[in-house]
Ligand binder design. Structure first.
Ligand SMILES: [Zn+2]
Length: 475
């Protein structure tokens, strides 16, 4: 029997607000347990939630960036369940009236585009975290995360393969990072994914029974867990069994999904409108203001880089997915520099140094003026592109201007022909064997001679002059 795979995703994305959704507690990651709490977020009786305006705007921002329609009227609901990390006994979420509905995100699979529908995007609060001691004798609860604003993005059951699921998640991560609503840090759980998956005989309209895989926090896990789950379901169905509707967890060590609990239906949660929060009504003008503030999205930027700046696709991909690198690129090009050269430096030395120091572009000291001043020195022949690498590294570490670094460190390129000629002659005299081999046809030895001259001049000889002289002398 041939089966069709049907996958829908629910992505939880922690919003980049400074404070929690209903109180003023900090949302910073990694603090001592229970140091970022107050009566509101630990669910004391008699407290009242106050909505974080920014959290609402961030959800709308995401909705507008994913082709959603924004609800002019939406409401918060209580989702009731008992768990130690949820002291109120209910989570404030949205149910029948979410902030955003009916959107879509395009993903690219081997050159063809697939449109994945979004059912809804809603806003809710996160729960705390249970910490189970290794001894098994006690469990602790950390409520720092309780009340952190979460955005839940729910797709239509449009996804057909594990790879599409991973691609969708990657694309979504690019968008939320770009518009500044989520840092996309999957290791810290800022972006995590639940997947619903079912199989149905090919041609059948009705959906099969689904299982839900919870809390996957890497693209690879999403792909692997879904791969495993497809095989497991095919096996169960092939043996004449039935799929049980349940929640499963991906165990990355064992490489399999494991049953966690039978899946609740919506009515198990006894949703009802939260009486402590006013419904949200949006004026059209506010939605338009938010729309204008979003600006160009990565996909449009990518197209423009290919068309306007004639960048290869790989470069356009790289520069467009990050607003920081995009801005640096565009600002430097605007100062009259060649787009491909600028791109090469950002993708090459700059990214390497950022990775080495585990820094983001925003944290680095390099701006378009730095790059521009270095390029001008290369263009004028003051420094070679090899020396430029040293200059760049120094700029990166100190934030100083290229020209000053060149002056201070005496890195000016050696362009006096007589001086270089003396060194070229020396190198030729020192290496008679290599000269003979070169003359006998070993053309690649040219690189050796250039290298020797560069070594002798500590990289400062003008490579053009060095090459010309060597060619003339070795003829
Ligand atoms: Zn609080």
């Amino acid at each position: 029997m041939q089966y069709e795979v049907v996958i829908g995703l629910e992505i939880h994305s922690q919003l980049l607000t400074d404070t929690k959704i209903f109180c003023g507690c900090s949302t910073e990651f990694g603090s001592e347990p229970n140091t970022q709490t107050c009566p509101v977020c630990i669910g004391m009786p008699g407290v009242l939630p106050v909505m974080n305006r920014k959290a609402v705007e961030y959800v709308v921002r995401t909705g507008l960036s994913t082709n959603c329609s924004i609800s002019s009227y939406s409401r918060f609901a209580r989702k009731n369940y008992f768990y130690p990390d949820l002291p109120k006994g209910y989570q404030i979420s949205q149910f029948e009236l979410p902030l955003c509905e009916q959107g879509s995100v395009d993903i690219d699979i081997d050159g063809s585009t697939r449109k994945i529908g979004l059912t809804r995007i809603h806003l809710e609060e996160d729960a705390g975290k249970n910490i189970h001691q290794d001894s098994g004798s006690e469990s602790l609860v950390d409520l720092n995360r309780a009340g952190v604003p979460l955005m839940e993005i729910v797709t239509e059951p449009d996804i057909r393969t594990p790879r599409e699921a991973a691609e969708f998640m990657k694309k979504l991560r690019i968008i939320v990072r770009d518009i500044g609503v989520c840092d996309g840090n999957m290791e810290q759980g800022s972006l995590r994914c639940d997947a619903n998956i079912s199989l149905r005989p090919e041609g059948q309209e009705e959906l099969g029974t689904k299982t839900e895989i919870k809390n996957m926090n890497s693209f690879r896990f999403v792909e692997k867990a879904l791969d495993y789950e497809i095989k497991r379901q095919i096996k169960v169905l092939g043996e004449g069994g039935r799929i049980v509707q349940e929640t499963r967890l991906w165990n990355s060590e064992k490489g399999m999904t494991e049953s966690m609990r039978s899946k609740e239906e919506a009515h198990d949660y006894r949703y009802f409108p939260d009486p402590d929060l006013m419904p949200i009504e949006f004026e059209k003008s506010l939605i338009e203001t938010i729309r204008e503030s979003i600006g160009e999205l990565p996909e449009a930027r990518r197209e423009r880089y290919i068309k306007e700046h004639k960048l290869p696709e790989q470069d356009a991909d790289f520069l467009s997915i990050n607003r920081g690198s995009a801005e640096l690129f565009e600002d430097t090009v605007k100062l009259g520099n060649d787009p491909t050269t600028v791109s090469n430096w950002i993708r090459g030395d700059f990214t390497r140094l950022l990775n080495e120091e585990n820094k983001s572009i925003e944290e680095s000291l390099i701006n378009s003026t730095h790059l521009d001043s270095m390029f001008k020195l290369i263009d004028k022949g003051t420094i070679s592109s090899k020396i430029a690498k040293i200059v760049f590294e120094e700029m990166f570490r100190t934030g100083e201007d290229a020209k000053r670094i060149v002056e201070e460190k005496g890195l000016v390129q050696m362009s006096d022909e007589a001086g270089i000629e003396t060194i070229v002659d020396e190198i030729i005299n020192k290496n008679p064997e290599a000269v003979e081999k070169f003359k006998a046809g070993e053309a690649k030895l040219m690189g050796f001679f250039v290298g020797q001259v560069m070594k002798e001049t500590r990289g400062k000889a003008n490579p053009k002059i060095v090459n010309e002289l060597l060619r003339k002398k070795l003829g």
